[in-house]
Design a protein around this ligand. Structure first.
Ligand code: ZN
Length: 299
């Protein structure tokens, strides 16, 4: 079974000098958890001032290149995922860097970036996040970036984006988007989660969503279990999500975690729960990673 995870903030933690023993994700844990592909985000969270954005992005790329010198392996496409071999893939969380030079989109694609979240929680020149106004859509520049990303095979990530931005991508984009780390709003009413109309449209378009493990997005409180993740996935399957749902842990980006899912080595607990909830082995294969790999074939 190929296991792929669409989001973690480990590069940001390393850039901010977190010690290895405070991280959720290490190479050893990815190996032990049999993760085939871990997507690693370059996340512009500390500050959105242009000079800080550049400093953070450069810093995280350097951190990543250092990892590659120390036994980590980079994949440029999810189809490179293999069993019993840990690979990693780059993503961007918050496209502020594209404001500085449109040519950065090509440059980061060349560096291996295969997904980019239009916004994090800052409003930027492309769009508006979930936590601000829900009705402001993508800007002209946002569409320009979206179309360039589509041309280059960078998935548009709608996690953190507001609802109008989501529909702009759904209605005017040419490729299906993904939500790298979000849950179902019907099960947990949080603006970071996608409502049923969004989920249905995402699945029908050929898009994909990775479940975020943060208890706040799963249950609305600081407590959750793998049962709660199973409830979100079941709801998504009821909306036509089979083959379009997977994992977006948000490890090293989340403080609280579900009981029994503290780091990648504990993923077997989640698969066990899903089995107990009636998901078939084919469903498990899809959720673990196959759906993510298949999604990229449609880009
Ligand atoms: Zn995030």
């Amino acid at each position: 079974m190929l296991i792929c995870d669409a989001h973690c903030d480990t590069l940001s933690r390393l850039f901010n000098n977190y010690k290895t023993d405070r991280l959720d994700i290490t190479l050893e844990r990815l190996k032990e958890g049999k993760i085939s592909l871990q997507t690693m985000a370059m996340y512009v969270g500390g500050s959105n001032k242009p000079e800080d954005v550049k400093r953070q992005m450069d810093g995280m790329l350097t951190v990543y290149q250092d990892l590659l010198k120390n036994g980590w392996v980079q994949a440029f496409d999810p189809s490179e995922a293999e069993e019993n071999k840990v690979k990693t893939m780059l993503s961007i969380e918050g496209c502020e860097i594209f404001e500085q030079d449109f040519a950065y989109i090509q440059l980061y694609r060349d560096a291996g970036v295969r997904m980019a979240a239009i916004t994090w929680n800052y409003e930027n020149a492309l769009g508006t996040p979930h936590c601000k106004d829900a009705t402001t859509g993508l800007t002209d520049f946002g569409f320009k970036c979206l179309f360039e990303m589509e041309r280059l095979g960078i998935a548009a990530d709608v996690s953190h984006l507001n609802e109008r931005g989501f529909w702009d991508i759904m209605n005017k984009g040419h490729k299906p988007p993904l939500a790298s780390h979000s849950c179902a709003r019907k099960i947990c009413d949080h603006t970071r989660n996608l409502n049923d109309e969004q989920l249905k449209a995402l699945f029908q378009s050929g898009g994909w969503i990775g479940l975020n493990y943060l208890p706040l997005f799963l249950t609305g409180s600081n407590d959750a279990t793998t049962e709660d993740i199973a409830r979100h996935i079941r709801h998504m399957y009821d909306l036509g999500g089979a083959g379009h749902v997977g994992l977006g842990s948000d490890f090293d980006g989340i403080g609280e975690k579900p009981v029994g899912l503290d780091n990648p080595t504990e993923l077997t607990n989640l698969f066990e729960t899903l089995k107990n909830h009636g998901f078939s082995q084919a469903d498990l294969n899809d959720i673990a990673g196959k759906a993510f790999i298949d999604y990229y074939k449609r880009l």
